[in-house]
Design a protein around this ligand. Sequence first.
Ligand code: FES
Length: 161
Amino acid sequence: MIDKDIKEIIEGFVKKFPCRDSAVLPSLSLIQKKNGYVSEKDMEDLSRILGFSEARIFSAASFYSMLNLKPKGKYHIQICSNVSCSLTGEGPLLDYISGKLGIKEGDTTPDGLFSIEPVECLGSCGYAPAMIINSDHYENLSFERVDEMINVIYEQNITEK
Ligand code: FES
């Protein structure tokens, strides 16, 4: 849902840019930052605020892998599925992490801690394999390093409870 505060910021984007189209991506990013993801209702509200069709908003929201159209885990893992990352390392990282967490791509663990999805090239081909956890970028990954990272996250979240 786009609340009053978010709506005011979006209206500020509209005033700031010479063209209303330029307000679409910052608005979607803002909605995701505030709500965790961009829901259908958010897109409907945004289309009304910006005066664009819902289809136009959806086409922008669904094009960018950094925008989530459904709730994700607290730690959203995006794993590069392109050539360099697929051919380096100990094997497909997506399969390894999927097996370790017991979820398929696009799913979230039952505790809501992790979600995983494949993404296109992350621009780290020379340091493959690569992945992103939320907004943090990781390169030169091994299964052992991934295990350590996931274990650290588990431990942090157990101590936070
Ligand atoms: S192929 Fe994986 S970062 Fe480019």
